[in-house]
Design a binder for this molecule. Sequence first.
Ligand code: PEP
Length: 255
Amino acid sequence: MSRRYLIAGNWKMNKTPSEGHELAAGIGQVVKKEESVEVVVCPTFIALDRVSQAIEGTAVKLGAQNLYPKASGAYTGEISAEMLRAVFAKYVILGHSERREYFSESDSFINEKVKFALENLLHPILCIGETLEQREAGQTLDVVKTQLLGGLGGVSKEALNNVVIAYEPVWAIGTGKTATPEMAQEVHAFIRQLLTEAYDESAAQKVRVLYGGSMKPANAAELLAQEDIDGGLIGGASLEVNSFCDLIEAAKNAP
Ligand code: PEP
């Protein structure tokens, strides 16, 4: 089964609206039309609108970094799915390890968000991954299983088609340490196996499973060559046109 590669930039708390506009316009210059690789940028909420304008008419798609799972109302500081759709966001990152760690987000809360995103026509990028402590204690597969099945609880087989999974070992995020291609492939294959058991083979084969954690032009080719790695969720290397576009190129050249 051939899955379309997806390269998504998670800008985190970086770039003002005008800086974001400039970065997105630079990426849009390169990704003018739909190609074999799908490209998404995920700026901060305040930059979404400017970035949306910058990528208009290009093949770059827009994603957000979070949402609140209610339609509207008294939720100070939060943002709704409708607001994201209003600026033409298509994707939303959910369950990022930084939100799990700094904002104490639980699997059940993340699951609410995943379901809410799907009901509101957004494609969740559900992030899962173990900490260094958990890896050293031999708990990687257990953690990944709990977070994956917890995040996807109640998601139907039809809706699963609109979900992207990002495996991001926490110890590799922003640290310069990358999982070896073999380490990453082992977990990606495990994720696909879990999806096969929870849904079925054909549904599992369609889901894109991204790798995230210090992916950069120097290590992308060998990661993307792995059978079950279908793209990358990129932090640091997504903040410059050249490095991000080199990653898109690596995905285009991947087998
Ligand atoms: C991320 O936070 O999603 C990420 C993968 O960051 P980095 O590429 O900087 O490790």
